[in-house]
Write a protein that binds this ligand. Structure first.
Ligand code: PEP
Ligand code: MN
Length: 377
């Protein structure tokens, strides 16, 4: 749509798409709204739409991932995390991103949900400020989670990670605290104001996780769990979608397409390493995928240097590289006592290492015109 197109112009185009029996996907951006069309069995005549008021152009999308593609939306997507009210980073008057788009979502009352704290400021992923998500692999106890959260907050993290439901290779490994873990996460949010990123492992469990999480994480092992992708696609919460460990870029973007096709346009991609023959790391962190995603898609992409390397000593160097290559942020495992961790201790940073990481990436961010919330002494 043209930048000056009004709400009624957008509605008129959507109504026409729906009248043809297709689905309209309005995706507002900072400058203009893109409207994707799905459900059409063949090409649509562009002239049918180009004559409508407010329409700038009608484009045939050549890519199989239509809604995710930059062809349908040329502007970078800004993904708002947390409550719609409040002034997030990047809101008007701040040095961060341009104002966040208002994204239409199914109605659901904000209040009354477990752990909801409407006074929290939100956070915009994909703006100038890097999205820094940090915390332990798994929530193990109240003390562990709160200690980790205080430390990462002090260093400049805005979002807290921690699994309550863990997809483990062995059925005998720690599987997470389940609902108790989610309740601890709600307490972390109340105590620190950090926004919560936590994993949902199947469509049934999503109902519960959705009540507590600010961002629903879909793990690498579930990247092609299509019923889970459709379920989170019907959620009003943003989704952090991790790349499968053997997924091509096209498969990764098609997985994101599943979520957008259901009407949830708030997807944050995450590169977390892929399987190769290399055995000096747990996975091979494919940083070249960042510029490749940026070229093909409007969605933001983060890097997980913890699972991406599997080794504590490689997390800081790869974090520096991830920021330099243009990632929109990091998700990093930090544990107050990694030697006692119940999962992924060998790749978890000590809190003081995370502080050092924040200092280093803040310096790199400045060079490429980005910021962090790390206070430079
Ligand atoms: C995690 O973030 O703890 C996790 C299990 O990640 P991945 O799905 O990338 O393995
Ligand atoms: Mn982990």
């Amino acid at each position: 749509m043209r930048p000056q197109a009004g709400v009624e112009d957008v509605q008129r185009v959507c109504a026409k798409i729906e009248a043809l029996g297709f689905r309209a996907h309005p995706m507002p951006g900072a400058q203009r709204t893109a409207i994707g069309v799905t459900g059409n069995p063949g090409p649509i005549e562009p002239a049918e739409f180009e004559s409508l008021p407010g329409v700038a152009e009608a484009i045939r999308v050549s890519k199989p991932y239509k809604l995710v593609s930059r062809e349908v939306k040329s502007e970078d997507s800004l993904i708002r995390v947390g409550p719609p009210q409040g002034s997030p980073n990047g809101g008007p008057g701040s040095a961060g991103a341009s104002p966040a788009p208002t994204i239409p979502r199914p109605d659901q009352p904000e209040s009354g949900r477990a752990g909801a704290t409407p006074a929290l400021p939100g956070f915009i992923v994909g703006g100038r400020e890097l999205a820094i998500i940090a915390g332990p692999c798994a929530i193990e106890s109240r003390e562990q989670a709160l200690e980790a959260a205080e430390r990462v907050k002090k260093a400049g993290a805005r979002l807290f990670r921690g699994g309550a439901f863990k997809p483990r290779t062995s059925p005998y490994s720690f599987q997470g605290l389940g609902k108790e873990g989610l309740e601890i996460l709600a307490e972390v949010r109340r105590a620190t104001g950090l926004l919560i990123v936590t994993e949902t492992i199947d469509p049934e469990n999503c109902d519960l996780v959705e009540e507590y999480a600010d961002v629903l994480q879909v793990g690498a092992r579930n990247m092609q769990n299509f019923s889970l992708l459709k379920r989170v696609g019907r959620s009003r919460k943003p989704v952090l979608l991790k790349r499968g460990m053997s997924a091509t870029l096209e498969e990764f973007l098609m997985a994101a397409e599943y979520v957008l096709a259901e009407g949830n346009y708030n997807v944050i991609l995450c590169e977390r390493g892929v399987r190769t023959f290399a055995d000096h790391t747990r996975n091979t962190l494919d940083l070249s995928v960042i510029p490749a995603v940026k070229r093909l898609s409007h969605l933001p992409i983060l890097v997980d240097p913890s699972h991406g390397t599997g080794k504590r000593d490689k997390v800081i160097p790869l974090s520096r590289a991830a920021v330099a290559v243009g990632a929109d942020g990091l998700i990093v495992e930090v544990h107050p006592h990694p030697d006692r961790a119940l999962s992924d201790g060998y790749q978890s940073l000590h809190p003081e290492q995370f502080e050092a990481l924040m200092g280093e990436i803040t310096a790199i961010a400045r060079v490429i015109g980005r910021t962090t919330a790390h206070a430079v002494a």
